[in-house]
Design a binder for this molecule. Structure first.
Ligand SMILES: NC(=O)c1ccc[n+]([C@@H]2O[C@H](COP(=O)([O-])OP(=O)(O)OC[C@H]3O[C@@H](n4cnc5c(N)ncnc54)[C@H](O)[C@@H]3O)[C@@H](O)[C@H]2O)c1
Length: 261
């Protein structure tokens, strides 16, 4: 495996989850010291431990991305203990299935706080420190194909992910003069706990078997299989690498052909 990220320090929020841990493993295998930051300290420690057992570099850190104080602590601790965080991937996210007419305002606030405000706080926090230190960096936010269109039973989630694409564009524009690039990936249906939880929630409403629902949703994917965390990780790694040195402010669908815009 090449070493595209030798000497880099990469923060991965939601690093204890499916896409975050898959991304962290790939970046660590290519030389980065990865900071696994998650609301679940246990999951962060477990993933960091697995990466270190593979002979690569990783540190766990608890964070709540909805809190400015928590994000600042994460970034300050990481700079002090590991070094300048010059790469970041924002994977922390939540979803809850509920019909539009029943969506409580409190759930709207929570989804927007984790998925959108959390993305903003991390991008801004990483960028502020890099600008202050006169250093460059690259960031990738995990949006979703849901942010491209309409979703009747996850309206809050779809809005948050559309917002992620917007903050990626605005921050890319603001940070270009400082030598920073910010891009997004939009995954489709990825084999992670989030997807399995969605199937369970939908099956409670319809009475359908969750596995059968998943199989049916896979038949709608043009490339004909469910997406793996590694599929997403490879696209993120490309956008973090110098191979994407002239790419900024973009949202790349990584979805097996589910959406064409
Ligand atoms: N699974 C999919 O099909 C899919 C598709 C498109 C986009 N996405 C997005 O990819 C990202 C990762 O999803 P995943 O499938 O790996 O889900 P996951 O549930 O496996 O991982 C999400 C992680 O985020 C963490 N998290 C939740 N709230 C947090 C907070 N306040 N602060 C810090 N960490 C927090 C969770 O503890 C969890 O480890 C999410 O943003 C999700 O919306 C997932």
């Amino acid at each position: 495996m090449g070493q595209r990220f030798e000497g880099a320090v990469c923060l991965v929020t939601g690093g204890g989850g499916g896409i975050g841990s898959g991304t962290a493993r790939l970046l660590a295998a290519e030389g980065a010291h990865v900071i696994i930051a998650d609301l679940s300290q246990d999951r962060a420690q477990q993933v960091a431990g697995e990466i270190r057992e593979m002979g690569f570099q990783a540190s766990p850190h608890a964070v709540d991305v909805t809190s400015q104080e928590s994000v600042d602590r994460l970034l300050d601790d990481s700079w002090r203990d590991v070094g300048p965080v010059n790469l970041a991937v924002t994977c922390a996210g939540i979803i809850k299935i509920q019909p539009f007419l029943d969506l409580p305002a409190a759930d709207w606030d929570r989804t927007l706080a984790v998925n959108l405000k959390g993305t903003f706080l991390v991008i801004q926090g990483v960028a502020r420190r890099l600008v202050q230190a006169g250093r460059k960096g690259r960031m990738v936010a995990v949006s979703s194909v849901a942010g491209r269109g309409a979703r009747a039973d996850v309206a809050d989630y779809a809005a948050s992910k559309a917002g992620v694409i917007s903050i990626v564009r605005s921050s890319a524009m603001a940070l270009a003069e400082h030598g920073m690039a910010v891009n997004a990936v939009c995954p489709g249906v990825v084999a992670t706990e989030m997807t399995y939880a969605i199937q369970r929630m939908r099956s409670q409403d319809t009475g359908e078997n969750p596995e059968e629902m998943l199989t049916r949703s896979v038949t709608g994917i043009p490339l004909g299989r469910i997406e793996t965390p590694e599929d997403v990780a490879k696209a993120i790694a490309f956008l973090l690498s110098e191979d994407a040195g002239y790419v900024t402010g973009q949202a790349l669908n990584v979805d097996g052909g589910l959406e064409f815009d």
